[in-house]
Ligand binder design. Structure first.
Ligand code: UDP
Ligand code: MG
Length: 335
């Protein structure tokens, strides 16, 4: 029987967990051709999410809790979940029921047809502000233009991955992660399904515009160095503008130097800012720190802050999941 992992990052989601459990249980019970594990990744919640998840574990062995040592952000929590997921396929979804778990059946059917990455595209997004929808649409369009790989529009992290996608994603261990870019970068056979995004079942969104802006930058920087090239184009354009300004000054004898100077200063500062964004990310990767540290798995304390990159595989290795992944990743010897 094929084994399916459902990976759910959560940060302060205790309020909505009973509803999540009820909906997931209904879906899993209805799909009797598969075995399931639900991996709740607690991303350093300050409420009782972890305790509630452990209670769920006691009552239903299909639920598991991977607790990180602090809040590392959703993207790192997703990676942790992918590292620990054992399934032949892995479904990623949010904890707030904005992604209806009832879609998992359709995802599995398409996976059985041979698709590797079945992603849910939002037809509508209820309960989200007009501004958020607008900025999100603009961002997707821009990312698609910048990127050499195809970006799936209006798609979040609600998707099903075949195991080979999971193994590929485990190899991408950069800091400043942006799932959207990484999921498109790995390629493989992708298939879209449409859905209406529900409002949050409980609690509040964990994103504000500052965090979203950072994530948006991470997404662009992960995909493209094109913005660095814009600096070159901008400097040429500014040079031309300066020449024109010079002629105007001579012709009209007006002190045009002030706006020109300010404009140049702004342009230079902008260019330096852009370069430092790239440099900052390069530095973070250069340090080679793990993307997350693990506190415990199913309530069992983890000594080594397990991360595949550190080579310390205690819990996961005992469970076989990550160890398998490493073996799969080793180059096969050709006899
Ligand atoms: N999340 C997380 N760590 C964070 C922020 C969010 O694991 O630092 C989880 C959150 O609990 C939820 C998912 O990521 O399951 C999506 O977050 P949210 O619903 O706040 O985002 P939105 O749907 O508003 O984009
Ligand atoms: Mg949400």
């Amino acid at each position: 029987m094929k084994h399916i992992s459902i990976v759910i990052p959560m940060y302060n989601e205790a309020e909505g967990l009973p509803a999540l459990r009820a909906r997931l249980t209904g879906v899993m019970d209805g799909l009797s051709d598969y075995t399931f594990e639900v991996l709740l990744v607690d991303d350093g919640s300050r409420d009782v999410s972890a305790e509630a998840a452990l209670q769920m574990r006691r009552e239903d062995g299909r639920f598991h809790l991977l607790r990180l040592s602090r809040n590392f952000g959703k993207e790192a929590a997703v990676l942790a979940g992918l590292d620990y997921a054992d399934g032949d396929a892995v479904v990623l979804m949010d904890a707030d029921l904005q992604d209806p778990p009832e879609l998992i059946g359709r995802m599995l059917a398409l996976w059985e047809e041979g698709y590797d990455d079945v992603y849910a595209r939002r037809r509508s997004r209820e309960g989200e502000s007009g501004l958020k929808k607008f900025t999100s649409r603009c961002y997707y369009r821009m990312l698609a233009r910048l990127s050499r790989t195809e970006i799936q529009p209006d798609t979040g992290d609600f998707r099903l991955f075949d195991r080979r996608c999971v193994l590929a994603l485990r190899r991408l261990r950069e800091q400043g992660r942006c799932g959207k870019s990484l999921f498109s970068w790995i390629g493989y056979r992708k298939k879209e399904i449409l859905f209406d995004r529900d409002p949050r079942c409980a609690g509040e969104t964990k994103w504000n515009y500052a965090r979203l802006f950072e994530l948006a930058l991470d997404g662009i920087i992960a995909l493209s160095v094109a913005p660095l090239r814009w600096i070159g184009a901008a400097s040429l354009a500014t040079g031309a503008a300066a020449a024109v300004a010079l002629i105007t000054v001579f012709a009209a004898a007006a002190p045009l130097w002030l706006p020109v100077l300010l404009f140049l200063a702004a342009l230079q500062l902008g260019a330096i800012w852009l370069v430092s964004e790239y440099l900052g990310r390069a530095l973070a990767d250069g340090r080679g720190r793990p993307c997350y540290l693990v506190d415990s798995y199913d309530g069992v304390r983890e000594e080594n802050g397990d991360d595949k990159k550190t080579g310390v595989l205690s819990i996961a290795a005992r469970r076989g999941g990550v160890a398998d992944a490493c073996r799969d990743m080793e180059p096969k010897s050709v006899v």
